[in-house]
Design a protein around this ligand. Structure first.
Ligand code: OOG
Ligand code: NI
Length: 493
């Protein structure tokens, strides 16, 4: 009997989730539509160059989702469901300190990790787990009630978990069971119509809107689904033109003439969605909650640890410089930016667009001075990840090649192909959380945070959380070994 592979399950899941989310959040459909228009325009304008960071087929289907769960046990179940679709936990993100408002979660991303699987479908899900044991957010009483609430709920039906285990063990599922698995998996992430206990939800919301979204309801849901776009600045303009209010900034690297690196993201604010609420007197009413939103992203080249260090350094210098260069007399905008968000793009829509533009200009000029301005520079300064390939019709003038990366690239012996960044940025993630929260929440910084670290997360998941740098590095090294062999060199240095 023909079996649906993990890769096909993943592609089908991403597609069906997108259909469901489009029904739930109509503005998402607009976002996808505008993304497609922009991508086709870029393709027309730039031709084959537009596909340097991924085929148009891949980019058009590409999405990332975000979900939030409450306990290690729930996270382990999620890992099994995504494992069935060939997705592994990659990277550890601690947003508790990155965000200036209360975001009591630690996170990882489930995604395919091999080149072949990424080519089948690169679907990834940013997955956050609540940290009720962190006393900066939750006192002992609230922690106890929160943990009791979470341990009493069941996010995933046993049948789904059994099918997931089978798909993981067998590498896929026979057609009928694949269909059943997909239906149950998509359903598990739909917005539930079950009444929400308003008093409980609001109690948690006073501490943190994220805590309420996770622990104030008896189910989980997809929080957003993000398409990929080839020109995010143009997307931003067109969405604004359609009357959709975007957050102030595009997060991540500034727009500039050099190569696209890492990840640039922007979003529009959560829309109020009708939700069924149970009042303290037992009556059931329809209220509205704003927790879900639209996000879009542009992806660039993965950076090495050195490249990432330079990126982080330039970002924090841009923040400082932007603060220092606030033009005199601009305090008119002071009221709207009060609160001093430490994350760019963090302020609510419209509040600080001028501020965001100023920071972007500062960042751009820093980048123009200090960031590698071409793919070649990224490669030879060992700041970006590439796969390297021996050039077939390389010049053969009898000289033996020098086994040096720069010399081989410049002499046309080696060709470098960018490796796309498949992961997330903690600072942007914190900004995304924060720009869409209804309130700041509270966090008692006089207390020490509980140590939810990478080890604890791996233990909770029951699987090793992979290091993204190591994955990119291994891919680059493989290609270098192959290229060296093809050129008859012992190694490329
Ligand atoms: C996840 C926020 C992080 C991103 O793209 O950085 C994220 C969430 O809101 O649950 O999705
Ligand atoms: Ni996202």
């Amino acid at each position: 009997m023909s079996s649906i592979t993990q890769g096909r399950l993943r592609a089908a899941f991403a597609r069906r989730l997108s259909e469901m989310y489009g029904r739930e959040v109509p503005a998402y459909r607009t976002l996808v539509e505008v993304s497609h228009e922009v991508n086709l325009d870029v393709l027309r304008r730039a031709g084959a160059g537009a596909e340097r960071l991924g085929s148009i087929g891949r980019v058009t289907a590409e999405r990332h989702g975000a979900i939030r769960v409450g306990t290690p046990g729930e996270l382990r179940q999620v890992a099994r469901i995504f494992g069935a679709m060939g997705m592994r936990p990659v990277g550890f993100y601690d947003l508790r300190d990155t965000a200036s408002s209360a975001v009591p979660v630690v996170s990882t991303a489930f995604r395919p990790v091999t080149e072949d699987e990424l080519a089948v479908n690169p679907f990834r899900v940013f997955t956050s787990m609540l940290t009720p044991g962190d006393p900066r957010f939750f006192d002992a009483g609230l922690r106890g009630r929160l943990e009791a609430f979470l341990s009493a709920r069941r996010l995933f039906p046993p049948e789904l978990l059994e099918l997931a285990a089978e798909a993981e063990a067998e590498g896929g599922l026979p057609e009928e069971r694949a269909e059943r698995f997909l239906r149950l998996a998509v359903e598990a992430f739909a917005l539930s119509a079950e009444p929400i206990d308003r008093a409980w939800y609001e109690e948690l919301e006073r501490v943190s809107a994220v805590a309420a979204d996770i622990g104030g309801v008896a189910s989980t849901h997809i929080n957003h689904l993000t398409p990929r776009v080839l020109d995010i600045d143009e997307l931003y303009r067109r969405m604004t033109g359609r009357g959709i209010t975007m957050i102030d900034a595009i997060q991540g690297p500034p727009r500039w003439a050099g190569p696209d690196v890492l990840l640039r993201q922007t979003s529009f604010r959560a829309l109020a969605e009708p939700r069924v609420l149970r009042e303290p007197d037992g009556t059931v009413t329809t209220g509205s909650l704003r927790v879900r939103f639209g996000e879009v992203e542009a992806r660039g080249i993965a950076l090495t640890r050195d490249g990432r260090r330079l990126y982080d350094d330039l970002m924090s210098r841009a923040d400082h410089l932007a603060r220092e260069t606030v033009p005199a007399g601009s305090s008119v905008s002071g009221g709207s930016s009060a609160g001093g968000s430490s994350v760019s793009g963090g302020s609510p829509a419209g509040a600080g667009r001028g501020e965001a533009a100023r920071r972007d200009a500062v960042a751009r000029s820093l980048w123009e001075r200090e960031f590698p301005a071409s793919e070649r520079d990224l490669a030879v300064r060992r700041m970006g990840f590439f796969t390297y390939h021996a050039v077939e019709d390389r010049p053969r003038d009898g000289r033996p090649p020098v086994a040096d990366l720069a010399a081989l690239l410049d002499a046309g012996w080696l060709r470098a192909e960018p490796i796309v960044y498949e992961d997330f940025l903690p600072r942007s993630a914190a900004g995304i959380f924060q720009s869409n929260l209804s309130g700041e929440g509270v966090k008692d910084d006089s207390l020490t945070g509980a140590g939810y670290d990478l080890g604890l997360l791996s233990e909770a998941i029951g699987r090793e959380v992979l290091d993204p740098f190591a994955l990119y590095e291994a891919q680059q090294e493989r290609s270098l070994r192959q290229a060296a062999r093809a050129l008859g060199l012992p190694a490329v240095l």
